[in-house]
Design a protein around this ligand. Structure first.
Ligand SMILES: [Zn+2]
Length: 93
């Protein structure tokens, strides 16, 4: 467990919080996003490949279950360039 693990978690918490603010109601992170964060941090912690610094999306074992995987994917996608998409959905509200 080193700096990489900590920063991977921090990065995800930051991404999920930003995502939640844009997509969900109330203070971020909401219970759903908090659950996703917790789940994700646990996976990062337990990942046997973390020492190889393999990003999870390129990982061989894909340890996340389907529903959580979908939530994590959405957060990752949002932070990678979903800004325009999320703006559009905010404006449509
Ligand atoms: Zn949320």
């Amino acid at each position: 467990m080193g700096l990489e693990t900590a920063s991977e978690k921090e990065r995800f918490v930051e991404m999920a919080t930003r995502y939640c603010k844009a997509r969900h109601e109330g203070p971020a992170p909401c219970p759903i996003c908090a659950e996703t964060i917790e789940y994700r941090c646990e996976r990062i912690e337990r990942c046997p490949y973390k020492l190889e610094k393999t990003p999870c999306y390129r990982c061989r074992i894909q340890c996340h279950n389907t529903e959580m995987r979908a939530r994590v994917d959405e957060i990752e996608r949002f932070s990678k360039g979903g800004w325009i998409g999320s703006l559009t959905s905010i404006l449509k509200k």
